[in-house]
Design a protein around this ligand. Sequence first.
Ligand SMILES: [Zn+2]
Length: 143
Amino acid sequence: MKITIRKTDYLRILEYALSERPDEACGLIAGEDREDGVREIKKVYLLTNTDHTSEHFSIDPREQLAAVKDMRVNALTPLGNWHSHPESPSRPSEEDKRLANDPGASYLILSLQDEEHPVLNAFHIEGDEKDRSVRREELVILE
Ligand SMILES: [Zn+2]
């Protein structure tokens, strides 16, 4: 499986995540689930982490609802979410795995651990709550 994001959208996520430090930043991704198996992100949503910590996130429910409405209006498919790890690597934490309830979603994690070299990875998280399996998805940043 492959997922693409435009560089401008990647940079928006990066700038927002940097500005929200030391807290985790979060949001949603939407676009097109193409028949050739490529998931194309066409819009990213930068939303409020109501937890306001560097350890985990909860997306503001009202902002989430508004984003989902916007996806509907613009005929975009919800593809998953993204969040930042200000001080840890770009892979799902135990809590991220526990909370990943949508096996069809792409979970993007941006690590700012090395500020000079931010790392963005995409994951699929499947299986039941006690035995999740994590799969890396090929992520391509389009110039
Ligand atoms: Zn996380």
